[in-house]
Design a protein around this ligand. Structure first.
Ligand SMILES: [Zn+2]
Length: 256
């Protein structure tokens, strides 16, 4: 029995197609050399526009339009010399446990600004999370400077509608440390959101018209609104929900 050895010869057609010269390197060469023959000039005016290519569609609405800058936040240690009034020995938190948060905020002028807030290092994530949301919702903030700009004077900072956090001081109307002394409380737009006593009084004349809730108004914080919810999402409470005295500007980690 003869074995039929079949040998499959695979012919590899190594024929290279395309000489390489079929297409010129630049396809743009053709249109640029196109020029109507001089004789066609006369007829082209009366023609059906055969020589006129379809109008090039103009670029769609410019996608390169620049909007407000993206939110940024930088967390850094803070030198004691930046806190000449708001910190002193004997405060419940060392200045070394505080952090400077430099971040974007939306201004009353409908523009982005950069502000500074000092908080305890344990809550920087909470703060950045909340203020990123506030910026995204374009919640306006008058200004955000260290209370030391006002020599640590809470009254002057509030009167200037300054948003601030750390200040080594007692709670209003108390001898106990405020949550601000721990760097775990923020006062937001204090003029539009005043501290109101149970009898309805405020210490700031420029804030009297903002003493009631709910009410409409720029930067006014109302029960259950987006600002309150942004803080609640990181577990922070609002002074506007207290019974009796209301502190509409005040948000804190402890809720007090
Ligand atoms: Zn406060």
């Amino acid at each position: 029995m003869k074995g039929a050895a079949t040998m499959a010869l695979v012919a590899l057609a190594a024929i290279s197609c395309g000489g390489g010269q079929s297409s010129p390197a630049g396809s743009s060469a053709a249109p640029s050399t196109q020029s109507p023959p001089p004789s066609a000039a006369a007829s082209s005016t009366s023609g059906a526009g055969a020589t006129t290519p379809a109008p090039t569609p103009s670029p769609s609405p410019s996608p390169t339009r620049t909007g407000p800058p993206a939110f940024t936040a930088k967390v850094t240690p803070i030198a004691r010399k930046r806190l000449p009034y708001s910190w002193r020995p004997g405060c419940p938190v060392s200045y070394q446990d505080l952090r400077l948060v430099t971040m974007t905020y939306w201004g009353f002028d409908d523009r982005a600004h950069t502000g500074e807030l000092v908080v305890r290092k344990t809550v920087t994530d909470d703060i950045v999370t909340v203020f990123k949301k506030l910026y995204a919702m374009r919640y306006p903030i008058r200004q955000m400077r260290l209370v030391d700009v006002y020599k640590g004077d809470d009254y002057d900072s509030i009167d200037a509608d300054n948003t601030s956090a750390f200040n080594c001081r007692a709670a209003t109307g108390s001898s106990n440390w405020s949550n601000h002394a721990y760097g775990e409380a923020v006062d937001l737009n204090p003029r539009e959101n005043p501290y109101v006593t149970a009898s309805g009084g405020t210490a700031h004349a420029n804030a009297k018209k903002y003493a009631h809730r709910p009410m409409h108004g720029k930067a006014v914080i109302n029960p259950g609104d987006r600002v309150v919810r942004a803080f609640a999402a990181v577990g922070w409470g609002w002074g506007g929900s207290w019974s009796g005295t209301k502190d509409y500007q005040h948000f804190s980690r402890s809720g007090r």
